[in-house]
Write a protein that binds this ligand. Structure first.
Ligand code: PSU
Ligand code: MN
Length: 317
């Protein structure tokens, strides 16, 4: 039996953070909650599909008996849980910037607006007491990082933030082998859901194997509880592969990626603009196939996260 996570009712939150009443009630009563990131809405998916997918993700979490908590910054407030109008603003406003942990305080104190990355979302979720998080694919080590040093702050943040994050591996635009090495160094746990193959985001299999495969959400909940008992300070990644019939064609994937990377280099795209640029290139070049795969990935991960959050709650009763 693990110690229940300290509820938000036990501590004061910073005044910059605003919880919806639904999320506040769920934290008090122990109802399962799934945190959701917003960069995927503002910078990862094109309009108007971004808003539709964001709504569908929240719906699937609810259908599994959990409360969705999409996290974003609007006009200087960090929102945990968004109203339909606020979700629409994140999807459609032109002044929403991509916010990682290092930008959180600056954007908020300037009363700016932004969408939170995996890193920033994990940080805020953990701060308010939400331990389960769903996304599409994590950031990681970029190809060519030996020269550019471009490695997502998702990695170092997951190294010191004890959330459980369901994803379809890391974005396939990255150096997956190097990212797995970094996750090992950073003590981030990685288990495959129903598979020993580390998924490749749009592809069911990245070609890399994992040490651990878990078939059952109750076992994941046991592992999460044990990590907490042992004060392991890092995240647990639950890697949830797309079924093979839903993946992008691997040859097309590799060709589109190579083309996108050379375009990015030609146009001098660097830093935090690389990920949105390549995802957009995929969506255009595959005529919607990558968008469809991306949507399936996020929905499947949100559903699994809701089941894990519920199983974790059962352990605490
Ligand atoms: N995965 C997606 N779409 C996205 C992202 C990940 O399918 O938009 C976002 C996430 O918010 C992730 C961020 O945290 O990209 C990583 O960006 P960077 O590589 O610049 O750290
Ligand atoms: Mn980067």
């Amino acid at each position: 039996m693990s110690t229940p996570t300290k509820s938000v009712a036990d501590r004061r939150l910073p005044s910059s953070i605003s919880l919806t009443s639904e999320v506040a009630d769920a934290l008090k009563s122990g109802t399962p909650i799934v945190a959701l990131e917003s960069t995927i809405i503002s910078h990862g998916l094109p309009r108007p599909e971004n808003l539709r997918v964001a709504g569908a993700v929240e719906d699937i979490v609810r259908s599994r008996g959990a409360i969705p908590a999409t996290i974003a910054i609007l006009d200087g407030k960090i929102h945990v849980g968004l109203s339909p109008d606020e979700l629409e603003q994140v999807a459609n406003r032109d002044d929403i910037i991509k916010v990682s942990v290092r930008d959180l305080a600056t954007v908020t104190s300037r009363t700016g607006s932004g969408a939170t990355t995996v890193a920033a979302t994990s940080h805020i979720a953990h701060l308010v007491g939400i331990s389960t998080f769903a996304t599409g694919g994590l950031g990681g080590v970029h190809r060519g990082a030996r020269d550019t040093w471009d490695e997502s702050a998702d990695l170092t943040t997951l190294g010191n933030t004890p959330v459980t994050i369901v994803c379809a591996g890391v974005k396939s635009i990255l150096d997956v082998a190097a990212t797995l090495e970094r996750l090992e160094t950073l003590n981030v746990g990685v288990v495959g859901f129903g598979s020993n193959n580390f998924p490749g985001f749009y592809l069911s299999d990245s070609g890399h194997t994992l040490d651990w495969s878990v078939d059952d959400v109750n076992e994941i909940a046991d592992i999460v509880a044990m990590r907490s008992d042992l004060h392991i300070p890092s995240a647990l990644i639950v890697a949830n592969p797309l079924p093979i019939e839903d993946q992008l064609d691997p040859d097309e994937h590799d060709a589109v990626l190579a083309e996108g990377q050379s375009l990015a280099a030609q146009r001098g795209i660097s830093g935090k603009d690389v990920t949105p640029f390549l995802l957009d290139h995929f969506h255009r070049s595959t005529h919607g196939a990558s968008l469809l795969a991306n949507e399936k990935i996020i929905l499947r991960n949100a559903e699994l996260a809701a089941r894990i959050a519920s199983a974790h709650r059962q352990l605490q009763l």
